[in-house]
Design a protein around this ligand. Sequence first.
Ligand SMILES: [Zn+2]
Length: 201
Amino acid sequence: MAKRLSKAEIQRRAIDIRKNDLDLTEFVQLCPYELAREHGIAVHPLDGLTEFGCPEGSVTFYASERPDVWSAALVPAGTGQFIVENTSHLPRRRRFNVAHEMAHVLLEHEFDRVMFSAEGRHGCANPSSKDQEWEAEELGVELLLPLAAAYKAAKERRTDEEVADLFDVSLPVARWRMNGTGARIVAQRAAAKWAKLRSGQ
Ligand SMILES: [Zn+2]
C-alpha cells in the first residue's frame, strides 16, 4: 500500500494543478467544473441522467438514496469515471463536492464502488480507504481555497464572509480554512512581531 501523501506534497500538487491545468495562481477562485472538463470527467446532473444512457433503476437509486444527504457521487464506468451531482443542493456545496471527487480522480485513487459526498463531512460517506479519503479531503479543499491564499487573506484581515465570496466556498468551509489551518493565528503573530519591532522593544 502506498504511503499517505504529506500535506506539503498535497499543497504542491494543488499549485501544479491550478497552474498547469487552468493557468491559475493560488490566489484566485477555481472552477471545479472546468477542472473536470479539462480532465475529460463528465459531471451529470442527477435529473438528466437517463439522457446519458444511465439505466432508470440506478437513477431512482441515486434519487432515493437519502437525496437530502448526498451531493455528489463519483461513479466508476469501464476504465474511467464520471460524476453525478445532486442539483437540488446549493451551488457552493456542489462546487466543494465536485472538487473533492475530482481530487480522487487527480490522485488516481482506485476504488471499487460509487463514492458519495455526504452532509456534515468534508468528503465521502463510504470511502474505500481512510488514507485516500484524507488525501482527497486535503486536495479538494486545497484546490478551492489554497493555504497560501488563506494566509494572504488573514494578513489582509479579511472576514470569513469575504473569503467565502472571494473563493466561492460556503461559510463553514471558509471558517475551517481560516481558523482550522492556523492562518489567522500566523498572521496575528506576524503582525504583533512587526509592531514590536517598530516600537523598538
Ligand atoms: Zn472522498
